[in-house]
Design a protein around this ligand. Structure first.
Ligand SMILES: *Cc1c(COP(=O)(O)O)cnc(C)c1O
Length: 435
């Protein structure tokens, strides 16, 4: 397998685009190579500009749960595009999608569509601050909530991959109101809330963290956040940009049985087109303009292309047994990877919930950002490259998830596990030779 066309394209891309990519996580730097450039995709397969095919576990970082170019989604978008791409004037599909979201996620009574997850979390924070009349925000180390200034603190994968603590250009005066704490450490949140609870507008959390690899909430952690928010009059915001429509129709809140005040959505809700959304109880959401006085707007928000792609995807997810099938598939893959690692004598911590999985090259269980950071990123880099050579595309960073979807079949997983057996042996040989 060669990547000469991708190498040439990367060189050219770097002349016109900073670092050659439009989002840093696409860079191959963390795995010691240039990015590969994709020409086309179908189902769970992507084809690069050199004609190499891979089984794709990135799925555009989660949105493509139905698989690439799913016929129902393609048809919905094709029909919509013929009638014009955007009007900036209301359409009925916006009502249909809002109703669908409220039906699938019962904690959402009113929902506002935006164009990205970043916009969703940024707007939800503004709303929480306006609603409570408070300033402080609590978040968790390693949780990523998009790249808005207030949330770019200890913010997980992209930053972790490149070893960047926060970002230059974010004023200290802004992040002073953001308090980031270890994920799964309820004691620390309770202590902080005892001292400052009356100043806290919101606690924002990924109910299952999926931007430092995959880290599951400990039993009682989310429930504890719910209780502490209620005691202090702070809002609990679930950032379900990844977990929404992925872990269950109603997202992590349904699967784990904890109800937030506000929910942020993204990724799957757009079915591969740019969409985000935030919603919650009517009493809170009615603060948004023009119902209320909190401003937030978007030229292309709710455009018919994106709404139709989202609608077609959510409809596919309402078929019976979708989530148990996804769960079984992913369990099968995770088990195969774990066994392959054990056979090669490579320490691997496999974290999984539903169709989100992650293998950390680590000796100790991974329960938060600091334990995730102990993973051997050199080992991951070798693993990534060996898998790529064998036709499996994983995220080019240790601190990301495997995203499985409807299109992955047993044969794809078997191919992946067979490739992993060889790749883990390469990792072991590398580790031994470097002592
Ligand atoms: C991807 C992501 C975001 C940001 O969404 P964009 O569409 O990339 O702006 C926010 N929160 C979480 C949990 C995410 O995974």
């Amino acid at each position: 397998m060669t990547w000469s066309n991708s190498a040439k394209l990367y060189e050219e891309a770097c002349r016109w685009i900073p670092g050659g990519v439009n989002s840093p996580v696409r860079s191959g730097r963390a795995v010691g190579m240039h990015p590969i450039f994709i020409r086309e995709a179908s189902g769970c397969r992507i084809t690069d500009e050199d004609g190499n095919q891979y089984i794709d576990y990135v799925a555009s970082w989660g949105p493509l749960i139905a698989g690439h170019a799913h016929p129902a989604v393609v048809e919905a978008v094709r029909k919509a595009v013929m009638k014009g791409t955007s009007y900036g004037i209301p359409t009925s599909i916006e009502i249909e999608l809002a109703r669908k979201v409220a039906e699938m996620v019962p904690s959402i009574q009113l929902v506002r569509m935006v164009n990205s997850g970043t916009e969703a979390t940024m707007s939800a924070l503004r709303l929480a601050r306006a609603y409570t009349g408070r300033r402080k925000i609590v978040k968790f180390n390693g949780c990523y909530h998009g790249h808005a200034d207030s949330l770019l603190v200890q913010a997980g994968s992209g930053l972790a991959t490149f070893g960047i603590p926060g970002s230059p250009g974010v004023p200290e005066e802004i992040v002073r109101h953001t308090h980031s704490m270890p994920y799964n450490d309820l004691d620390q949140v309770e202590g902080f809330m005892r001292a400052h609870g009356e100043e806290v507008a919101a606690v924002i959390v990924e109910p299952v963290a999926a931007n430092m690899g995959v880290v599951l909430p400990k039993p009682g952690f989310l429930q504890g956040l719910r209780t502490v928010c209620d005691e202090c009059g702070a809002l609990l915001i679930f950032d379900e940009v990844i977990t929404g429509f992925r872990l269950a129709q109603g997202g992590a809140q349904e699967l784990l049985g904890v109800t937030p005040d506000l929910t942020c959505l993204g990724k799957i809700i757009g079915g591969g087109l740019p969409v985000g959304a935030y919603g919650g109880r009517a009493e809170i959401m009615e603060k948004m303009a023009p119902a209320g006085d909190v401003y937030q707007a978007g030229t292309l928000s709710g455009n018919p292309l994106a709404m139709n792609a989202g609608m077609a995807t959510l409809e596919l997810l309402q078929n019976v047994d979708v989530y148990s099938i996804l769960d079984e598939k992913t369990a099968y893959l995770a088990k195969g990877l774990s066994e392959a690692a054990a056979l090669a004598g490579v320490p691997l911590q496999t974290n999984r919930i539903g169709s989100l999985a992650c293998g950390f090259f680590a000796i100790e269980p991974v329960t938060d950002f600091s334990s995730a950071m102990k993973a051997d990123t050199q080992a991951y880099a070798v693993f990534f490259r060996e898998m790529l050579k064998r036709g499996v595309y994983l995220a080019p960073s240790q601190f990301e998830a495997y995203f499985l979807g409807l299109a992955h079949e047993k044969a794809d997983m078997d191919h992946t596990v067979n490739a992993a057996m060889e790749a883990f042996r390469c990792v072991r040989d590398m580790t031994m030779s470097s002592g």
